[in-house]
Design a protein around this ligand. Structure first.
Ligand code: DSN
Length: 437
């Protein structure tokens, strides 16, 4: 038996409708999340999911790939244009597999890599001992400076000259300052190391020309496509031509089988959107909003690691507020504000209930929110923390958050009303008030 439409599968349909409602009525401050456009959702839900395409355009191991070749070639060309890349592989299924493919292409097990420590803002796949990266390779790590909360490039250089890693990795999942790409490259040149940047968090801000682009400088750069870049879940690898063959071989047949062609199409759509002038405006507003949120939180006596932000995110040290990141995450969920707990540099608490909370502005900016809403969000966070045992006050905040969210619709709201493939022009136009389409 096949379902004629999703609503006939009541269990999945009902859960999905609840999730759409949650996204619609909730303030999304998870720094790595965003809302894709209706066009990206259409590509994701397309018949391309039916196809197998192991290999690369013009060199497939299955028949019937003429149009998939066209789509993958478009995705590659658009990504090259967006990031000024010499070579792009658009097949990685997500960030960690992309990073794994980079290591497999360039290192042997046991080789030394220098990367940012996880609790200082790094990522699991940058050498954490429980991750494949830390298990297979010999990672040494740099940290942020205890006083400034910022990466000190003199210290990175000192460690690099002493340790002589084969690869230097620059990138983060919880660091709010700009990285000095050229300084990383200069240090790598001194010791003959490969440079690898993971720009998963800031790719959209780079594409929107608000943050310097490491792609023309670094040997290899990976990014996920679903964070500030506002595309489907997935990743890409960009590299200098001399690494192209090794990277492609590492992704397929080294790491992966058939690419997800519906995701490839959706990536191509997102890249085309990011090439438009309004994406520059979007990424500028993402940073403006993050700064407004950080400034207002600091006025309300919250401690922001490094004293502010240059990008879309910030890490709040909650120590002076008498609750940990896990408690804050749970508390804010109660008032429809989604956040993610975070370690802070030199954290005294364990990662499951760390001292910090990571906040980000990409999703709320896509909905069209600006500085006024950011200041209000900071006030709601402060009020929720101050009134954490007052259920009545929390209910009042939740209602205010919900009413604000409903004024800024998300693309998926369309699917709830009219069926996924048939939004009315009016509904599509309404989203143009924000940065949704
Ligand atoms: N899970 C992502 C994040 O939240 O930053 C990184 O992989």
């Amino acid at each position: 038996m096949q379902f004629k439409k999703l609503s006939e599968d009541k269990e999945i349909y009902n859960a999905l409708q609840k999730e759409i409602k949650r996204q619609s009525e909730g303030m999304e401050l998870i720094a790595s999340e965003n809302y894709v456009s209706h066009a990206v959702l259409e590509a994701l839900g397309s018949e391309l999911t039916n196809k197998y395409s192991e290999g690369y355009p013009g060199k497939r191991y299955y028949g019937g790939n003429k149009f998939v070749d066209d789509i993958e070639t478009l995705a590659i060309e658009r990504a090259k244009q967006l990031f000024s890349a010499e070579h792009v592989n658009v097949q990685p299924l997500s960030g960690s597999p992309a990073n794994a493919a980079v290591y497999f292409a360039t290192l042997k097990p046991g080789d030394k890599v220098l990367g940012l420590k996880l609790d200082h803002g790094g990522h699991l796949s940058h050498g954490h001992p429980v991750n494949f990266s830390g298990l297979l390779y010999n990672f040494v790590q740099y940290t942020v400076d205890k006083n400034t909360g910022k990466i000190n490039m003199d210290e990175v250089r000192e460690i690099a000259l002493h340790e002589k890693p084969k690869m230097i990795l620059a990138g983060f999942s919880a660091y709010s300052r700009n990285l000095e790409w050229q300084k990383f490259q200069d240090i790598a040149d001194e010791i003959g190391a490969i440079t690898f940047a993971d720009i998963a968090h800031i790719a959209g801000l780079i594409a929107g020309k608000q943050i310097d682009n490491p792609v023309p400088i670094f040997d290899i750069v990976t990014t996920t496509t679903h964070k500030t870049l506002r595309g489907p879940r997935g990743a890409i690898i960009m590299c200098k031509q001399k690494f192209a063959e090794a990277i492609d071989r590492s992704v397929f047949p080294g790491m992966q089988g058939g690419p997800h062609d519906n995701n490839t199409a959706a990536k191509a759509v997102a890249f085309a959107e990011a090439l438009q002038p309004d994406f520059t405006e979007y990424s500028r507003q993402v940073i403006t909003n993050a700064k407004a949120l950080a400034d207002e939180l600091m006025k309300l006596n919250f401690t922001i690691i490094s004293g502010g932000t240059d990008n879309h995110l910030m890490v709040v040290d909650l120590t002076n507020k008498g609750l940990n990141g896990r408690q804050a995450e749970t508390l804010l969920d109660k008032v429809n504000i989604s956040t993610s707990r975070s370690t802070i540099p030199f954290d005294q608490l364990p990662p499951y209930k760390p001292s910090g909370l990571r906040l980000g502005s990409p999703a709320v900016t896509t909905r069209g929110m600006k500085e006024t809403e950011m200041k209000q969000i900071a006030k709601w966070i402060a009020a929720a923390v101050d009134s954490r045992d007052d259920e009545e006050k929390l209910a009042q905040i939740r209602e205010e958050v919900k009413q604000t969210c409903l004024r800024f619709p998300i693309p998926s709201v369309i699917s709830e009303k009219n069926g996924f493939a048939n939004p009315s022009d009016d509904e599509l136009n309404k989203l143009n008030n924000g940065f949704g389409l």
